[in-house]
Each structure stands twice: as C-alpha cells, then as structure tokens.
Design a protein around this ligand. Sequence first.
Ligand code: G6Q
Length: 544
Amino acid sequence: MREIAHTVLTQLQNHRKETQDRRITDLFSADPARFEGYSVRCEEVLFDYSKTNINGETLECLIELAEAAGLSQKRDQLFSGHHINVTEDRAVQHMALRNMSNFPVVIDGQDVMPSVLAVRAAMTAFSKGVRNGTIAGQGGAFTDVVNIGIGGSDLGPVMAAAALKPRCDGPDLHFVSNIDGSDILEVLEKIPPATTLFIVASKTFTTQETMTNAQTARDWLVKALGENAVADHFIALSTALDKTAAFGIRDDRAFGFWDWVGGRYSVWSAIGLSLMLAIGPEDFEEFLAGGHAVDRHFQAAPLRENMPVLMALIGIWHRNACGYGTHAVLPYDNHLLRFPAYLQQLDMESNGKSITLENQAASTQTGPIVWGEPGTNGQHAFYQLIHQGTSVVPADFLIAAKPAQAIGDHHEKLAANAFAQTEALMQGKSAKEVEDDLRHAGMSEAKIAQLTPHKVFPGNRPTCTFLYPGLTPFVLGQLVALYEHKVFVQGAIWNINSFDQWGVELGKELAGELLPMVKGEAPAENRNGSTVGLLEVFHKMRGK
Ligand code: G6Q
C-alpha cells in the first residue's frame, strides 16, 4: 500500500477504535431512512449494506482511501487495456467478451472486438447446430456433453450451469476436472460414446489434469468408435490452437480466446461454450449483457453509489479495520450451490497475495478466506459459529424475490429464513431477553442462571443482502461481474496484482518431481523425512 493510502487507512483504523462499541441497531435508531441511504441498485440487483457497522463518516473515510489508492485511475487503466497484470505483462480485458456496445476495445493498439465477435458467432453457430442436431456424433444428435477442464476452465461453467439449471434444455452436461480417476470414470460409465461430445477446455492446453483426462476420454472413444471418431466428437477451447490440432481436433472445432482473458475470468469467453450448449445462445447473450451492464455501472456511477466499489469498501472495512479474517457467501438459492466455490477462486486466487506492485511486503492484510454454502442447509450446520463463535464472520446473503421453481410456500419460507438470519445476526439476544423468555416458560431461577449465558446472542454481526427478482441469466451475469469488480477494487487498494497466480506453481513443480518416486521408478532421495516416510508406507500399503 502506498504512503498516502496508508495514512488514510490509519485514520480508518482509528475511526474503528473510536466506534468499537457502536451497535448496528443504534445506527438504525439514529437514522430511520438508513435502508434507503445504505442500499444501492444496479439494474436488477439491489444491494443492502445497511446491516453493517458503517455510517456516513466510515463511508467517507473508505471513499477517501479508495481515492488515495488511485482507484479511478486504476479503473481507467483496466478498461483501456494497460498491461496491469505486470508480472505476466498482460492486459486484463475479459470485459471485452461481454461488450454489447458498438464501441471498440483496444488492446496493444488493436481493436479486439472483431475477433471477439467472430469467436462468439462461431460458438453460436456450433451451439445451434448441436442443439438442433445438424451437428451430430457418429450415432446421431449429441445427447451428452462432457467439459474437461479445471480451475478457471471448469468452475465458471459448472457454477453457471447449476445456477441456470431450469434453463438447461440442451444435451446433458457433465464436468470432469479432477485428476482423480473416479471423476472421469463415473462420467464415462453413464454416457453413450456415439452421441457424446467432449470439450477439452484449457487455456494453455498443457494442464496435467485436463490433458490426462482428455487422453483417457480419447482412448475410451477410440476404443468404442475408432480413431476417425475423434474429429467428430472432440472440440477444444484454448488460446493454444497449435496444440489442439496435434490432439486431433479439427481447426473449425477449436474455439480460441486470448492471453488478456485470465482463467478465472474466462466464463465469458469460449470457455463458456458448454454453458451456451446447455442454455442456448440467446440466454448466453443475456448472461453477457448482465455482465456488461455492471461494467457500465462500475465505470460511470459515483463511488458512493457504485455497487462493486461499495462491496469492496465494506470488505476493506471488515478486513483492515475490524480485523475479520473470513468472508461467508450464503446464497438462499439452491441453484447457486457452486457460487461460493466459484468466488473462492475469484477472490482467493486474485487477492491472496503478500507482495505489492512495488515489490514490497504488503503492510496490511489482503484477501480474506472466502467460504460458504447455500442456506438453509448452513443454518443446521455452521451457523452456530457465525452467531455465537469467538470470530465475527461478515456474510453476504443472496435471495431471489421469485423462485426458479415454485411449489407451495417453500420460497416464502426460504426468504423468511434469509431475512431472519440477517436480523438475528444484527440484533442478537441480550441476557435480559433470554431471562424474560425463560421465566415466562416457568423455569426455576437456578436453572435460568445456569442456562442464560449459553442462550445469549451477542449480535452486532454484519451482513449484506443481494436481492433480485429471479435468478435469470442476466442477473447471474450481473452477480459474477459485481464480484469480479469488487475483487479488482480491493486489489487496487491493497496495491497488489490481482491477475497473476504464482502461488499455484510450486506444488505443480514438486508433483512433477515426486511422480517417478510415487510410481516406484526412482528412489525417494533428497526429500524431507515426512515425505520419505509417507512414500515408504504408501508403497507398503500398495503391496510393493
Ligand atoms: C485461473 C488459473 C487457473 C487455470 C487452471 C486451468 O485464473 O489460471 O485456475 O484456469 O489452472 O488452466 P488451463 O485453462 O490452462 O488448463
């Protein structure tokens, strides 16, 4: 963090110290219009942050921090194609993929929109062909599609296909990501080779997991249908089109993208083809349009009304002023089952850094641990800690006004639970309230004294709520883009590079060294005692 921003951060931390005992409920008592003042709308999405411990002064300080960190200039650099991913010397322009305007997007002196639109047109034509059966496998129209990819080449389509499940009217979609053989075997067991399309989704086309799974799928298909079937049954999504041909994939079945699309930002690109096959090109365009609407909002709205900026600033308050270490994402929307996992990659791979852009050790905490599960399931599991544990966990709640599938009063009950949890977390329950309740229930004074401390809820725990009419492709596009820009704003304030991921490399390197030892082809030399011991027992357990 740079000097000036640091000074403002210290002010913010002092402000926190001074307001340590402030109750969120008191902020509501002091300001009857707090909901209006501390909620913001962007198209279909309402973001309510009134149940956080933030007032006008806090917000002023946070906005000052964003300005001191040069947020507006950094945002301009992002959208104008600067190589802000400095360690990889790349621009960051996934927004071009959802650019629904007629404006050019220039990267390295060239408008990339003609290539973006050409790939999208090719994806659309291919999707239409597969969905109407004019593009078919050797046994006829494709009934099943298997996306083989991992990390950014998996999580986006997996999350979005689950989110939009009621819209999935194309071939059945399967995802294989893990190198664990069970992942692919369990899919291969249930699909018919003659009507299955395999998508090899890999930006680099070198990732161990994906290339191993792709080769296994290829061998399986060749065994069933012969070598000639590969050209009809395999397609690729990659930036390495030279490598896809070597695998046996036809040039017109390889859908490209570019190095300015980071893996975890690639669901908008050709990597989204499995999603497009499942929901159809029109819905996919709606998804892009939702993302684009957020891009326009992020660029134009004043900071005080800018949804991703506010999301980020609230996160900074919680992380750097209040010292909270984690952030929970709690969708009251079963279709958002994989959204927390998606956000884990987006946030933790982007901002889990400790070196600044000036090559200094970060002097403040950076990205929090992101986690979560859909409600109401979580309520019967980990919410105990959120309500009464020693750690405060700021949480995002997400809920649609209308259900994806209506039945009885399920949705009203779901919504009541979501709103109730945010109330309970904020209000808590005092010892006096507990005692009154217990007395009213006729309990003895001795028992009341023993039980009361266990039934007290400290409250004052912050939550934000996202409310939207229904989980449409447009709304999903908005939600994803909102969190993307939130992560960008936080990275800008922490002065780190949110777009590289060197931290995933060392483990890969060591796995490469260890493989011959695991296979028993090389002795376990020069390793630490634990690894040597583990390898020895591993081989013994395998009877070798
Ligand atoms: C994302 C990361 C990472 C990447 C996977 C798959 O930002 O870079 O999750 O997406 O490692 O990489 P490939 O697409 O190259 O196979």
